[in-house]
Design a protein around this ligand. Structure first.
Ligand SMILES: [Zn+2]
Length: 421
């Protein structure tokens, strides 16, 4: 029994080394190597350890000798386990064909806010990027916030930690750049609906010089809310001497800190543009990329996940996993289910007929297709958290989503502090 236990521990450690040694990790050859090495090792004491690991590293993570330079957080908004599963079936007509489903490290992340079972994007993302669970509707403030009426204690975000230490930072989204998920990275507010108050916070950072690359949608609605507050994109651009472009294509090649607020965003082009800039950083970077994965329209939602997954694969080919942590997760789950069908049968059979009946009057009604049911609400169960690269082995088992903040911080070798809280 003891031998078996040690064997499992040892295999796990070799697997995590393998993931860092090579982007195209070959688990079978490493497992074989680990088995061959077994007789050489006399229990766990024989394992090589990094010299004097930092005290804030948990046991089991002591073999992370070299900290990460870069962390990229991919956030599929509402992309729970069943949505990832459905995306593989839609995109590849087979289970577990997504690129992220091949990553070596997987955990199940609890998304619940402090006072309910089901999370919105505000609490879900705030918890991931600050390590502090809060209330629905609240953007990176503690649970002492009262939504819409009283500010809570600001929770320092992973982007703020990176800014404080002189790294370059980026936030890219298919959604409004002031919507809850991107906002949780760079702003603090007691109500996610305050877009006119959230967006300008990108120009008044609490740490460093603020988010360097900010690219998303929502131009019309943010513009209206800015006007209600007596300001505008032009006024902010003049005040802070930073152009606010209406399209990605308007950004000059020489611009190092672009802000783009468009009506719609090609998030693949935006992510590649962001990397062109962030990769120039002498100290590394933090990048968050959000792609909407709500399956209110199941064809759109699942296709988004397929496309996002292809982008993740493209980014992974570009970065060096010896110095980069990649994390893929969701802010909360969603009521999407596959409850029928099989190979060769169209997953979304009946979609076209349903789509004709989908009007604003019944937008909250469930979607009933032949093989798919969508209860169009957020749901409370855990979401997948997947990772590869430096420090990714910390992601395993069940954990609260606040653990993801700690994993990102640990990858850089940084300690959490109370500054600015
Ligand atoms: Zn969400």
């Amino acid at each position: 029994m003891a031998v078996l236990t040690h064997g499992v521990v040892i295999l796990g450690r070799f697997r995590s080394h393998a993931a860092r040694v090579s982007m195209s990790a070959k688990p079978r050859s490493f497992v074989l190597a680990a088995i061959l090495c077994l007789p050489l090792l006399s229990g766990c004491q024989g394992l090589p350890h990094a010299a004097t690991p930092p005290a804030d590293r948990r046991p089991g993570n002591a073999d992370v000798a070299k900290p990460a330079r870069n962390v990229i957080l991919f956030l599929a908004d509402a992309g729970g386990v069943s949505t990832l599963s459905g995306a593989s079936l839609l995109g590849y007509n087979a289970p577990q064909k997504l690129h992220v489903q091949q990553w070596p490290h997987l955990g199940l992340s609890d998304t619940t806010p402090v006072d309910e079972w089901v999370s919105d994007s505000a609490n879900g993302m705030s918890s991931i990027v600050t390590g502090v669970k809060t209330r629905n509707g609240v953007i990176s403030q503690g649970p002492d916030a009262v939504r819409g009426s009283r500010d809570g204690t600001p929770s320092k975000t992973i982007l703020e930690y990176a800014e404080e230490r002189g790294l370059l930072t980026g936030v890219v989204t298919t959604q409004s750049i002031a919507d809850a998920t991107p906002a949780a990275c760079y702003a603090h507010a007691n109500d996610r609906k305050q877009w006119g108050g959230i967006f300008p916070q990108a120009f008044t950072p609490r740490f460093g010089d603020g988010v360097d690359v900010l690219i998303g949608a929502g131009r019309g609605k943010i513009g209206r809310q800015l006007r209600e507050r007596g300001t505008s994109f032009d006024a902010l651009a003049a005040q802070y001497r930073r152009p606010i472009h209406a399209q990605l294509g308007d950004v000059p090649a020489s611009e190092r800190r672009p802000v783009v607020v468009a009506e719609r965003m090609d998030v693949r082009a935006a992510t590649l543009k962001a990397l062109d800039i962030l990769e120039q950083s002498p100290k590394g970077y933090f990048l968050m990329v959000e792609w909407d994965a709500h399956t209110d329209d199941p064809a759109q939602g699942l296709q988004n996940v397929v496309d996002f997954d292809r982008l993740v694969a493209e980014v992974e080919r570009r970065v060096d996993l010896d110095e980069t942590l990649l994390v893929f997760t969701a802010d909360h789950s969603f009521g999407f289910q596959v409850d029928g069908g099989g190979p060769g049968q169209p997953l979304l059979e009946g979609f076209e007929a349903w789509k004709k009946t989908d009007t604003e009057d019944n937008e909250d009604q469930p979607v009933r297709l032949r093989h798919v049911f969508v209860n169009r609400t957020h749901t409370g169960e855990e979401v997948a958290a997947l990772a590869t690269g430096v420090g990714a082995e910390r992601i395993h088992g069940y954990f609260p989503n606040t653990h993801l903040f700690q994993v990102m911080l640990d990858a850089w070798g940084w300690k959490a502090d109370d500054a600015g809280r």
